[in-house]
Design a protein around this ligand. Sequence first.
Ligand code: NAI
Length: 471
Amino acid sequence: MSDMVYDLIVIGAGPGGYVAAIRASQLGMKVCVVEKSDTLGGVCLNEGCIPSKALLDSSEHFAQARDKFSQHGVIIDPPRLDLARMQGRKADVVKKLTDGVVFLFKKNNIERLQATARIGTVDGELRTVHLSGGAAGEATVKGRRLLLATGSRAAEIPTIPFDGEFVVDARGALSFDKVPEHLVVIGAGYIGLELGSVWRRLGSKVTVVEMLAKPLPATDGQVADTLVRSLKKQGMTFHLDTKVVSVAKLNDKISLNLEGPGGPVAIDCDRVLVAAGRVPNSDIPGVLEAGIKVDGHGRVTVDENYMTSVPGIYAIGDLVAGPMLAHKASEEGVVCVERMNDEKSVVDYEFIPGVVYTWPEAAGVGKTEEQLKNEAVPYAVGRFSFMANGRAKCLDETEGFVKVLAHPETGRVLGVHIIGPRASDMIAEAVTAMTYGATAEDIAMTFHAHPTLSEALKEAALDVGKRAIHS
Ligand code: NAI
Protein backbone atom coordinates (compact mmCIF):
# COMPACT_ATOMS: atom_id res chain seq x y z
CA MET A 1 0.00 0.00 0.00
CA SER A 2 2.71 2.52 0.99
CA ASP A 3 4.47 2.58 -2.41
CA MET A 4 1.28 2.69 -4.43
CA VAL A 5 0.40 6.01 -6.07
CA TYR A 6 -3.33 6.16 -6.67
CA ASP A 7 -4.94 8.18 -9.42
CA LEU A 8 -7.73 8.97 -6.97
CA ILE A 9 -8.10 8.74 -3.21
CA VAL A 10 -11.71 9.02 -2.08
CA ILE A 11 -12.47 9.84 1.56
CA GLY A 12 -15.90 8.50 2.53
CA ALA A 13 -17.80 5.47 1.19
CA GLY A 14 -21.35 6.84 1.17
CA PRO A 15 -23.46 7.09 -2.01
CA GLY A 16 -21.30 10.00 -3.17
CA GLY A 17 -17.90 8.45 -2.53
CA TYR A 18 -18.52 4.81 -3.41
CA VAL A 19 -20.33 5.65 -6.65
CA ALA A 20 -17.53 8.08 -7.64
CA ALA A 21 -14.96 5.37 -6.91
CA ILE A 22 -16.73 2.82 -9.13
CA ARG A 23 -17.10 5.28 -12.00
CA ALA A 24 -13.44 6.34 -11.66
CA SER A 25 -12.38 2.72 -11.79
CA GLN A 26 -14.53 2.18 -14.92
CA LEU A 27 -12.62 5.11 -16.46
CA GLY A 28 -9.33 3.34 -15.80
CA MET A 29 -8.21 5.12 -12.64
CA LYS A 30 -6.47 3.26 -9.81
CA VAL A 31 -8.68 4.11 -6.84
CA CYS A 32 -8.66 3.66 -3.07
CA VAL A 33 -11.43 4.61 -0.66
CA VAL A 34 -10.68 5.55 2.94
CA GLU A 35 -13.67 4.91 5.20
CA LYS A 36 -13.52 5.01 8.99
CA SER A 37 -16.57 2.80 9.52
CA ASP A 38 -16.17 -0.96 9.24
CA THR A 39 -19.04 -1.10 6.75
CA LEU A 40 -19.36 0.62 3.38
CA GLY A 41 -22.34 2.67 2.17
CA GLY A 42 -22.22 5.62 4.58
CA VAL A 43 -25.22 7.06 6.41
CA CYS A 44 -27.56 6.22 3.52
CA LEU A 45 -27.09 2.47 3.60
CA ASN A 46 -26.24 2.03 7.29
CA GLU A 47 -28.35 4.47 9.24
CA GLY A 48 -30.41 6.59 6.85
CA CYS A 49 -32.29 5.97 3.61
CA ILE A 50 -32.17 2.18 3.60
CA PRO A 51 -32.94 1.23 7.23
CA SER A 52 -35.63 3.93 7.38
CA LYS A 53 -37.30 2.59 4.25
CA ALA A 54 -37.05 -0.97 5.61
CA LEU A 55 -38.90 0.14 8.76
CA LEU A 56 -41.34 2.28 6.76
CA ASP A 57 -42.24 -0.73 4.62
CA SER A 58 -42.52 -3.11 7.61
CA SER A 59 -44.56 -0.67 9.69
CA GLU A 60 -46.83 0.02 6.70
CA HIS A 61 -47.49 -3.73 6.39
CA PHE A 62 -48.37 -3.79 10.08
CA ALA A 63 -50.70 -0.78 9.75
CA GLN A 64 -52.32 -2.27 6.63
CA ALA A 65 -52.92 -5.58 8.41
CA ARG A 66 -54.43 -3.77 11.40
CA ASP A 67 -56.43 -1.07 9.63
CA LYS A 68 -57.06 -2.06 6.02
CA PHE A 69 -57.06 -5.80 5.41
CA SER A 70 -60.69 -6.15 6.48
CA GLN A 71 -61.76 -3.75 3.70
CA HIS A 72 -60.24 -6.22 1.24
CA GLY A 73 -62.21 -9.06 2.88
CA VAL A 74 -59.15 -10.45 4.63
CA ILE A 75 -60.20 -11.00 8.20
CA ILE A 76 -57.43 -11.66 10.68
CA ASP A 77 -57.07 -11.40 14.42
CA PRO A 78 -55.47 -8.09 15.36
CA PRO A 79 -51.84 -8.48 14.27
CA ARG A 80 -49.12 -8.57 16.93
CA LEU A 81 -45.85 -6.75 16.62
CA ASP A 82 -42.51 -8.54 16.93
CA LEU A 83 -40.27 -5.47 16.98
CA ALA A 84 -37.07 -7.46 17.46
CA ARG A 85 -37.86 -9.38 14.27
CA MET A 86 -38.73 -6.20 12.38
CA GLN A 87 -35.43 -4.64 13.50
CA GLY A 88 -33.63 -7.88 12.57
CA ARG A 89 -35.06 -7.78 9.04
CA LYS A 90 -33.95 -4.14 8.74
CA ALA A 91 -30.42 -5.13 9.79
CA ASP A 92 -30.48 -7.95 7.25
CA VAL A 93 -31.48 -5.58 4.41
CA VAL A 94 -28.68 -3.20 5.43
CA LYS A 95 -26.13 -6.03 5.59
CA LYS A 96 -27.05 -7.35 2.14
CA LEU A 97 -26.70 -3.90 0.59
CA THR A 98 -23.46 -2.96 2.36
CA ASP A 99 -22.02 -6.37 1.43
CA GLY A 100 -23.08 -5.53 -2.11
CA VAL A 101 -20.81 -2.48 -2.06
CA VAL A 102 -17.92 -4.68 -0.83
CA PHE A 103 -18.56 -6.93 -3.84
CA LEU A 104 -18.63 -3.94 -6.20
CA PHE A 105 -15.31 -2.68 -4.80
CA LYS A 106 -13.72 -6.09 -5.44
CA LYS A 107 -15.22 -6.30 -8.92
CA ASN A 108 -13.82 -2.86 -9.79
CA ASN A 109 -10.40 -3.39 -8.12
CA ILE A 110 -11.02 -0.56 -5.68
CA GLU A 111 -8.84 -0.73 -2.60
CA ARG A 112 -10.75 -0.26 0.64
CA LEU A 113 -8.80 1.24 3.53
CA GLN A 114 -10.56 1.23 6.87
CA ALA A 115 -9.14 4.21 8.75
CA THR A 116 -9.74 7.80 9.75
CA ALA A 117 -8.15 10.03 7.12
CA ARG A 118 -6.14 13.18 7.77
CA ILE A 119 -5.40 15.34 4.76
CA GLY A 120 -1.64 15.81 4.49
CA THR A 121 0.62 18.01 2.44
CA VAL A 122 1.08 18.24 -1.31
CA ASP A 123 4.24 16.42 -2.37
CA GLY A 124 5.03 17.53 -5.92
CA GLU A 125 2.05 16.43 -8.00
CA LEU A 126 0.84 14.13 -5.25
CA ARG A 127 -1.59 14.66 -2.37
CA THR A 128 -0.94 12.72 0.80
CA VAL A 129 -3.48 11.27 3.20
CA HIS A 130 -2.51 9.90 6.61
CA LEU A 131 -4.45 6.94 7.94
CA SER A 132 -4.99 5.92 11.56
CA GLY A 133 -7.39 4.25 13.94
CA GLY A 134 -8.66 1.40 11.77
CA ALA A 135 -7.82 -1.94 10.19
CA ALA A 136 -5.53 -0.18 7.67
CA GLY A 137 -3.19 0.75 10.57
CA GLU A 138 -0.96 3.83 10.65
CA ALA A 139 -0.01 4.61 7.07
CA THR A 140 0.29 7.33 4.44
CA VAL A 141 -1.21 7.04 0.97
CA LYS A 142 -0.45 9.23 -2.01
CA GLY A 143 -2.71 10.13 -4.88
CA ARG A 144 -2.81 12.40 -7.92
CA ARG A 145 -6.26 13.55 -6.92
CA LEU A 146 -8.26 13.54 -3.70
CA LEU A 147 -12.05 13.49 -3.47
CA LEU A 148 -13.78 14.44 -0.21
CA ALA A 149 -17.15 12.73 0.26
CA THR A 150 -17.58 12.65 4.03
CA GLY A 151 -21.30 13.52 4.04
CA SER A 152 -23.20 15.10 6.92
CA ARG A 153 -24.46 14.47 10.44
CA ALA A 154 -27.60 15.46 12.34
CA ALA A 155 -27.61 19.07 13.51
CA GLU A 156 -27.81 19.39 17.27
CA ILE A 157 -30.08 21.96 18.91
CA PRO A 158 -27.99 23.37 21.78
CA THR A 159 -30.93 23.40 24.21
CA ILE A 160 -31.82 19.76 23.42
CA PRO A 161 -28.48 17.92 23.20
CA PHE A 162 -28.48 14.32 22.00
CA ASP A 163 -27.95 11.78 24.78
CA GLY A 164 -28.18 8.67 22.61
CA GLU A 165 -31.08 7.23 24.59
CA PHE A 166 -33.88 9.67 25.37
CA VAL A 167 -33.00 12.49 22.96
CA VAL A 168 -31.86 10.92 19.71
CA ASP A 169 -31.12 11.62 16.07
CA ALA A 170 -32.43 9.51 13.16
CA ARG A 171 -29.90 6.76 13.86
CA GLY A 172 -31.23 6.42 17.41
CA ALA A 173 -34.87 6.54 16.30
CA LEU A 174 -34.22 3.71 13.82
CA SER A 175 -33.02 1.46 16.62
CA PHE A 176 -35.54 1.78 19.47
CA ASP A 177 -35.91 -1.65 21.04
CA LYS A 178 -39.40 -0.89 22.24
CA VAL A 179 -42.18 1.24 20.86
CA PRO A 180 -42.09 4.62 22.66
CA GLU A 181 -45.31 5.52 24.43
CA HIS A 182 -45.01 9.13 23.35
CA LEU A 183 -42.43 10.27 20.80
CA VAL A 184 -41.92 13.99 20.29
CA VAL A 185 -40.37 14.85 16.94
CA ILE A 186 -38.59 18.21 16.65
CA GLY A 187 -38.63 19.26 12.98
CA ALA A 188 -41.32 18.41 10.41
CA GLY A 189 -38.84 17.74 7.61
CA TYR A 190 -38.13 14.55 5.71
CA ILE A 191 -36.70 12.63 8.67
CA GLY A 192 -39.25 13.82 11.22
CA LEU A 193 -42.28 12.91 9.11
CA GLU A 194 -40.88 9.57 7.95
CA LEU A 195 -39.70 8.31 11.34
CA GLY A 196 -42.71 9.85 13.08
CA SER A 197 -44.83 7.74 10.67
CA VAL A 198 -42.93 4.55 11.51
CA TRP A 199 -43.55 4.84 15.27
CA ARG A 200 -47.11 6.13 14.91
CA ARG A 201 -47.99 3.08 12.81
CA LEU A 202 -46.43 0.84 15.44
CA GLY A 203 -48.53 2.41 18.19
CA SER A 204 -46.68 5.45 19.61
CA LYS A 205 -48.41 8.71 20.29
CA VAL A 206 -46.45 11.09 18.04
CA THR A 207 -46.25 14.87 18.46
CA VAL A 208 -44.41 16.91 15.84
CA VAL A 209 -43.01 20.33 16.77
CA GLU A 210 -42.01 22.58 13.87
CA MET A 211 -40.73 26.15 14.16
CA LEU A 212 -42.03 27.19 10.72
CA ALA A 213 -45.72 27.79 9.99
CA LYS A 214 -45.63 25.07 7.30
CA PRO A 215 -43.68 21.83 7.17
CA LEU A 216 -41.57 20.85 4.15
CA PRO A 217 -41.08 24.43 2.88
CA ALA A 218 -39.47 23.31 -0.37
CA THR A 219 -42.47 21.07 -1.19
CA ASP A 220 -45.48 22.25 -3.22
CA GLY A 221 -47.86 23.89 -0.73
CA GLN A 222 -50.93 21.82 -1.68
CA VAL A 223 -48.95 18.62 -1.41
CA ALA A 224 -47.55 19.60 2.01
CA ASP A 225 -51.04 20.59 3.27
CA THR A 226 -52.56 17.34 2.02
CA LEU A 227 -49.77 15.34 3.64
CA VAL A 228 -50.22 17.06 7.01
CA ARG A 229 -53.99 16.47 6.84
CA SER A 230 -53.38 12.81 6.13
CA LEU A 231 -50.82 12.40 8.91
CA LYS A 232 -53.22 14.10 11.34
CA LYS A 233 -55.91 11.60 10.28
CA GLN A 234 -53.41 8.85 11.04
CA GLY A 235 -53.18 10.26 14.58
CA MET A 236 -50.11 12.52 14.56
CA THR A 237 -50.36 15.83 16.40
CA PHE A 238 -48.68 18.92 14.93
CA HIS A 239 -47.51 22.07 16.71
CA LEU A 240 -46.54 24.40 13.87
CA ASP A 241 -44.98 27.83 14.23
CA THR A 242 -43.80 26.59 17.62
CA LYS A 243 -40.48 26.83 19.46
CA VAL A 244 -39.07 24.54 22.10
CA VAL A 245 -38.37 26.85 25.03
CA SER A 246 -36.94 24.38 27.52
CA VAL A 247 -36.41 20.68 28.07
CA ALA A 248 -36.01 18.85 31.37
CA LYS A 249 -35.48 15.18 32.12
CA LEU A 250 -36.86 13.56 35.23
CA ASN A 251 -36.35 9.80 35.66
CA ASP A 252 -37.55 8.25 32.40
CA LYS A 253 -39.69 11.17 31.30
CA ILE A 254 -38.83 14.28 29.33
CA SER A 255 -40.80 17.47 29.78
CA LEU A 256 -40.81 20.06 27.02
CA ASN A 257 -42.08 23.60 27.23
CA LEU A 258 -43.22 24.95 23.90
CA GLU A 259 -44.23 28.40 22.79
CA GLY A 260 -46.69 28.43 19.89
CA PRO A 261 -49.30 30.71 18.33
CA GLY A 262 -51.80 29.78 21.07
CA GLY A 263 -49.34 30.46 23.92
CA PRO A 264 -47.25 28.09 26.06
CA VAL A 265 -47.75 24.30 25.83
CA ALA A 266 -46.20 21.70 28.17
CA ILE A 267 -45.63 18.14 26.92
CA ASP A 268 -44.33 15.04 28.69
CA CYS A 269 -42.92 12.22 26.61
CA ASP A 270 -40.53 9.29 26.84
CA ARG A 271 -38.44 9.87 23.68
CA VAL A 272 -37.47 12.92 21.60
CA LEU A 273 -36.27 12.69 18.00
CA VAL A 274 -34.42 15.82 16.92
CA ALA A 275 -34.64 16.04 13.13
CA ALA A 276 -33.84 19.69 12.57
CA GLY A 277 -31.56 19.41 9.56
CA ARG A 278 -28.03 18.17 8.98
CA VAL A 279 -24.59 19.76 8.95
CA PRO A 280 -21.76 18.89 6.55
CA ASN A 281 -18.89 16.80 7.93
CA SER A 282 -16.36 19.32 6.64
CA ASP A 283 -14.29 19.15 9.83
CA ILE A 284 -12.07 16.50 8.25
CA PRO A 285 -8.67 16.47 9.98
CA GLY A 286 -6.21 18.56 7.97
CA VAL A 287 -8.84 20.53 6.01
CA LEU A 288 -7.89 23.93 7.42
CA GLU A 289 -4.14 23.25 7.27
CA ALA A 290 -4.53 22.26 3.62
CA GLY A 291 -6.19 25.63 2.92
CA ILE A 292 -9.53 24.17 1.76
CA LYS A 293 -12.17 26.92 1.92
CA VAL A 294 -15.36 26.25 3.88
CA ASP A 295 -18.34 28.68 3.84
CA GLY A 296 -20.34 30.02 6.80
CA HIS A 297 -22.66 26.97 6.67
CA GLY A 298 -19.75 24.54 6.95
CA ARG A 299 -19.96 23.61 3.25
CA VAL A 300 -16.81 23.11 1.23
CA THR A 301 -16.58 25.66 -1.58
CA VAL A 302 -16.14 24.09 -5.02
CA ASP A 303 -16.04 25.25 -8.64
CA GLU A 304 -18.00 23.78 -11.58
CA ASN A 305 -15.62 20.80 -11.64
CA TYR A 306 -16.21 20.20 -7.91
CA MET A 307 -12.61 21.29 -7.25
CA THR A 308 -12.02 22.97 -3.89
CA SER A 309 -9.82 26.02 -3.41
CA VAL A 310 -6.87 23.59 -3.43
CA PRO A 311 -5.95 22.22 -6.88
CA GLY A 312 -6.37 18.46 -7.15
CA ILE A 313 -8.71 18.24 -4.14
CA TYR A 314 -12.42 17.84 -4.91
CA ALA A 315 -15.63 17.63 -2.83
CA ILE A 316 -19.17 16.38 -3.53
CA GLY A 317 -22.50 15.46 -1.91
CA ASP A 318 -23.69 16.76 1.47
CA LEU A 319 -20.31 18.47 1.91
CA VAL A 320 -21.11 21.01 -0.81
CA ALA A 321 -24.08 23.30 -1.55
CA GLY A 322 -27.43 21.88 -2.67
CA PRO A 323 -30.02 19.46 -1.28
CA MET A 324 -28.63 16.78 1.02
CA LEU A 325 -29.90 13.82 -0.98
CA ALA A 326 -28.18 10.53 -1.77
CA HIS A 327 -29.08 10.66 -5.48
CA LYS A 328 -27.63 14.19 -5.76
CA ALA A 329 -24.38 13.00 -4.13
CA SER A 330 -24.11 10.00 -6.49
CA GLU A 331 -24.69 12.12 -9.59
CA GLU A 332 -22.09 14.63 -8.43
CA GLY A 333 -19.65 11.78 -7.81
CA VAL A 334 -20.07 10.47 -11.35
CA VAL A 335 -19.87 13.90 -12.96
CA CYS A 336 -16.88 14.93 -10.83
CA VAL A 337 -14.72 11.97 -11.92
CA GLU A 338 -15.92 12.21 -15.54
CA ARG A 339 -14.78 15.84 -15.56
CA MET A 340 -11.40 14.72 -14.17
CA ASN A 341 -11.38 12.56 -17.30
CA ASP A 342 -12.08 15.66 -19.47
CA GLU A 343 -15.66 14.67 -20.20
CA LYS A 344 -18.27 17.44 -20.32
CA SER A 345 -20.78 15.81 -17.96
CA VAL A 346 -23.20 17.94 -15.96
CA VAL A 347 -25.59 17.48 -13.06
CA ASP A 348 -29.10 18.68 -13.95
CA TYR A 349 -29.73 20.52 -10.68
CA GLU A 350 -33.12 21.74 -11.92
CA PHE A 351 -34.48 18.22 -12.07
CA ILE A 352 -33.48 16.65 -8.75
CA PRO A 353 -36.55 14.82 -7.44
CA GLY A 354 -37.47 15.02 -3.77
CA VAL A 355 -39.46 12.27 -2.06
CA VAL A 356 -41.01 11.96 1.39
CA TYR A 357 -41.60 8.26 2.04
CA THR A 358 -44.62 8.67 4.30
CA TRP A 359 -47.93 7.07 3.33
CA PRO A 360 -49.22 8.54 1.15
CA GLU A 361 -45.84 9.34 -0.34
CA ALA A 362 -45.05 12.85 -1.56
CA ALA A 363 -42.73 13.48 -4.49
CA GLY A 364 -41.89 16.43 -6.65
CA VAL A 365 -39.57 17.69 -9.35
CA GLY A 366 -39.06 21.13 -10.84
CA LYS A 367 -40.77 24.30 -9.71
CA THR A 368 -43.60 24.46 -7.19
CA GLU A 369 -46.59 26.76 -7.70
CA GLU A 370 -45.19 29.00 -4.93
CA GLN A 371 -41.85 29.32 -6.75
CA LEU A 372 -43.51 30.08 -10.09
CA LYS A 373 -45.63 32.78 -8.46
CA ASN A 374 -42.59 34.32 -6.75
CA GLU A 375 -40.65 34.29 -10.01
CA ALA A 376 -43.68 35.69 -11.92
CA VAL A 377 -43.52 32.80 -14.40
CA PRO A 378 -46.92 32.18 -16.06
CA TYR A 379 -48.18 28.61 -15.69
CA ALA A 380 -51.17 26.37 -16.36
CA VAL A 381 -52.19 23.67 -13.89
CA GLY A 382 -53.39 20.15 -14.66
CA ARG A 383 -54.56 18.01 -11.76
CA PHE A 384 -55.88 14.51 -11.39
CA SER A 385 -57.10 12.79 -8.24
CA PHE A 386 -56.24 9.19 -7.40
CA MET A 387 -59.97 8.85 -6.53
CA ALA A 388 -60.62 8.53 -10.26
CA ASN A 389 -57.72 6.17 -10.98
CA GLY A 390 -58.74 2.53 -11.46
CA ARG A 391 -55.62 0.96 -10.02
CA ALA A 392 -55.72 3.23 -6.94
CA LYS A 393 -59.33 2.08 -6.38
CA CYS A 394 -58.26 -1.58 -6.62
CA LEU A 395 -55.46 -0.91 -4.15
CA ASP A 396 -57.87 1.04 -1.91
CA GLU A 397 -55.30 3.86 -1.93
CA THR A 398 -57.22 6.78 -3.39
CA GLU A 399 -55.81 9.59 -1.25
CA GLY A 400 -53.88 12.28 -3.13
CA PHE A 401 -53.39 13.69 -6.59
CA VAL A 402 -50.94 14.44 -9.38
CA LYS A 403 -50.33 18.03 -10.40
CA VAL A 404 -48.59 19.09 -13.60
CA LEU A 405 -47.45 22.69 -14.00
CA ALA A 406 -46.73 23.73 -17.55
CA HIS A 407 -45.96 26.92 -19.43
CA PRO A 408 -49.24 28.19 -20.94
CA GLU A 409 -47.67 29.08 -24.31
CA THR A 410 -44.91 26.55 -24.89
CA GLY A 411 -46.57 23.73 -22.94
CA ARG A 412 -43.19 22.87 -21.44
CA VAL A 413 -43.49 21.07 -18.11
CA LEU A 414 -42.20 23.29 -15.28
CA GLY A 415 -42.98 21.06 -12.33
CA VAL A 416 -44.73 17.82 -11.34
CA HIS A 417 -45.95 17.21 -7.79
CA ILE A 418 -47.52 14.00 -6.57
CA ILE A 419 -49.03 12.89 -3.31
CA GLY A 420 -50.33 9.36 -3.34
CA PRO A 421 -49.45 5.69 -3.44
CA ARG A 422 -45.92 5.02 -4.73
CA ALA A 423 -45.36 8.65 -5.70
CA SER A 424 -41.66 7.83 -5.21
CA ASP A 425 -41.70 5.55 -8.25
CA MET A 426 -44.13 7.61 -10.31
CA ILE A 427 -41.98 10.76 -10.16
CA ALA A 428 -39.28 9.07 -12.27
CA GLU A 429 -41.37 9.48 -15.43
CA ALA A 430 -41.73 13.20 -14.75
CA VAL A 431 -37.97 13.55 -14.16
CA THR A 432 -37.21 11.86 -17.48
CA ALA A 433 -39.82 13.92 -19.33
CA MET A 434 -38.57 17.20 -17.88
CA THR A 435 -34.91 16.36 -18.43
CA TYR A 436 -35.70 15.95 -22.13
CA GLY A 437 -37.70 19.18 -22.24
CA ALA A 438 -41.10 17.51 -22.65
CA THR A 439 -44.37 19.37 -22.90
CA ALA A 440 -47.51 18.33 -21.02
CA GLU A 441 -48.80 17.19 -24.42
CA ASP A 442 -45.79 14.87 -24.80
CA ILE A 443 -46.68 13.13 -21.53
CA ALA A 444 -50.38 13.10 -22.41
CA MET A 445 -49.75 11.47 -25.81
CA THR A 446 -47.51 8.75 -24.39
CA PHE A 447 -48.98 5.29 -23.73
CA HIS A 448 -49.54 4.48 -20.06
CA ALA A 449 -50.53 0.89 -19.34
CA HIS A 450 -54.03 0.38 -17.97
CA PRO A 451 -54.75 0.00 -15.12
CA THR A 452 -51.74 1.66 -13.46
CA LEU A 453 -51.17 4.50 -11.04
CA SER A 454 -49.11 6.19 -13.76
CA GLU A 455 -52.30 6.91 -15.72
CA ALA A 456 -52.92 9.66 -13.13
CA LEU A 457 -49.86 11.50 -14.50
CA LYS A 458 -51.16 11.15 -18.07
CA GLU A 459 -54.57 12.48 -17.00
CA ALA A 460 -53.00 15.41 -15.08
CA ALA A 461 -50.96 16.23 -18.21
CA LEU A 462 -54.18 16.08 -20.29
CA ASP A 463 -55.86 18.32 -17.72
CA VAL A 464 -53.34 21.10 -18.47
CA GLY A 465 -55.32 21.55 -21.73
CA LYS A 466 -58.59 20.66 -19.90
CA ARG A 467 -58.77 17.36 -21.82
CA ALA A 468 -58.66 14.86 -18.94
CA ILE A 469 -60.97 11.95 -19.75
CA HIS A 470 -61.83 10.60 -16.31
CA SER A 471 -62.52 13.79 -14.36
P1 NAI B 1 -35.08 19.03 6.94
O1 NAI B 1 -34.27 20.20 6.59
O2 NAI B 1 -35.82 18.27 5.92
O3 NAI B 1 -36.18 19.46 8.04
C1 NAI B 1 -35.82 20.02 9.26
C2 NAI B 1 -37.03 20.76 9.84
O4 NAI B 1 -36.74 21.10 11.18
C3 NAI B 1 -37.34 22.06 9.10
O5 NAI B 1 -38.69 22.08 8.74
C4 NAI B 1 -36.99 23.12 10.13
O6 NAI B 1 -37.80 24.26 10.02
C5 NAI B 1 -37.23 22.39 11.44
N1 NAI B 1 -36.49 22.91 12.59
C6 NAI B 1 -35.18 23.30 12.60
N2 NAI B 1 -34.85 23.71 13.86
C7 NAI B 1 -35.96 23.56 14.63
C8 NAI B 1 -36.25 23.80 16.00
N3 NAI B 1 -35.32 24.29 16.83
N4 NAI B 1 -37.50 23.55 16.46
C9 NAI B 1 -38.45 23.06 15.62
N5 NAI B 1 -38.23 22.82 14.30
C10 NAI B 1 -37.00 23.05 13.82
O7 NAI B 1 -34.09 18.11 7.79
P2 NAI B 1 -34.18 16.60 8.26
O8 NAI B 1 -35.57 16.08 8.24
O9 NAI B 1 -33.43 16.56 9.54
O10 NAI B 1 -33.38 15.85 7.13
C11 NAI B 1 -32.00 16.18 6.93
C12 NAI B 1 -31.61 16.00 5.49
O11 NAI B 1 -31.68 14.65 5.14
C13 NAI B 1 -32.53 16.78 4.59
O12 NAI B 1 -31.75 17.73 3.91
C14 NAI B 1 -33.08 15.77 3.63
O13 NAI B 1 -32.85 16.21 2.31
C15 NAI B 1 -32.29 14.50 3.89
N6 NAI B 1 -33.21 13.37 3.95
C16 NAI B 1 -33.87 13.01 2.83
C17 NAI B 1 -34.77 11.98 2.87
C18 NAI B 1 -35.49 11.61 1.63
O14 NAI B 1 -35.04 11.95 0.54
N7 NAI B 1 -36.63 10.95 1.75
C19 NAI B 1 -35.05 11.24 4.10
C20 NAI B 1 -34.31 11.71 5.19
C21 NAI B 1 -33.42 12.74 5.11
